[in-house]
Design a protein around this ligand. Sequence first.
Ligand code: NAP
Ligand code: ZN
Ligand code: ZN
Length: 347
Amino acid sequence: MFKAKAYAAQSTTSKILPHQIERRSPRPDDVVIEIAYCGVCHSDIHTARGEWGPTAYPCVPGHEIVGKVTEAGKKVKRFKVGDLVGVGCFVDSCGKCASCKSNEQQFCEGHTVFTYNSTELDGKTPTYGGYSSHITVKDKYVLKIKKGLALDRVAPLLCAGITTYSPLKRYGTKKGSKVGVVGLGGLGHMAVKIAKAMGAEVTVFSTSPNKEQDAKKLGAKNFIITSDLKNFAAVSGKLDLIIDTVSAKHDFSPYMGTLKIGGTHVLVGAAPEPNQVAAMALIYGRKRLAGSLIGGIKETQEMLDFCAKKKVLADIELITAPQINDAYERTVKGQVKYRFVIDAKSF
Ligand code: NAP
Ligand code: ZN
Ligand code: ZN
């Protein structure tokens, strides 16, 4: 074991403050990573504040991790000391079930070991995330990052990138597809960039009129202010797919009317409160309401390679660890442009 610096929440209402944790010494199939940057995902906030159910404290959030390998176990073949790597939302799984075998470790039928607020496969050792100086991870769950990219702008791809790439790909986004993105925050801005890179025409739905120029710069063609339902008419029946990234309860009904027949509204935003949908809104036009959870290791690597090739990186505000609490407040108010990323030197 070795000591690592970290920032943690101690209760649902506490601030994120300095904390020391122990990381395991590398096993033969582990790598030790010196963290360079970690993104601030809204899931960190939901979890630190216990909004999704009980959280185990102390909680060290962070699952958009990039850094450098400083130690590699004897059996590790994929990485060597000095390699640039990433870690996303999970760090282990059973490896044997149908989901793991089909490279969808996020749906492991045994136990997906999430990067934080979870336990190791032993069911008791707590996991701590990327608001930290170092992390030890099994090599199979570590992603390769190409050299020459701005690493701080790569970090958000490890969650926001894969969470939006996966459903965009699953539902066949290609040149000429018409994609709606609801909510222009961390996930939303990545959805716009990735959909555009796949060749789609993008419509952003937002509660923030002041984000229109940014949305267009990010690659959106249309921008719809959702506070006035009349504005939805501009894309009535036009969209193939909607990626809904909103972090709070909102009415899905007006979006159903913007889908083509057979179109799909995918929820990735995970509002803690349940919602209601009128059956008729789905029945007329054979619409689908779906969900999507991050992506498996293979797809995450594919997304990183796609983004490197297409020069898709996150738009970020780099912060130091003491600024995390202010960053949370601004994120909750929808005022992030468009992802906060923590410089790990400040832990
Ligand atoms: P974020 O940066 O805070 O972005 C969310 C955006 O939603 C805001 O910028 C805002 O955009 C809009 N919004 C916020 N409150 C709203 C409200 N009350 N009504 C309508 N729109 C509202 O958050 P994020 O990091 O992108 O995460 C978004 C959600 O996805 C969170 O719930 C997170 O936990 C979840 N998530 C899910 C997965 C998954 O695998 N499914 C992975 C990562 C994150 P506008 O200003 O444009 O309206
Ligand atoms: Zn996340
Ligand atoms: Zn499994």
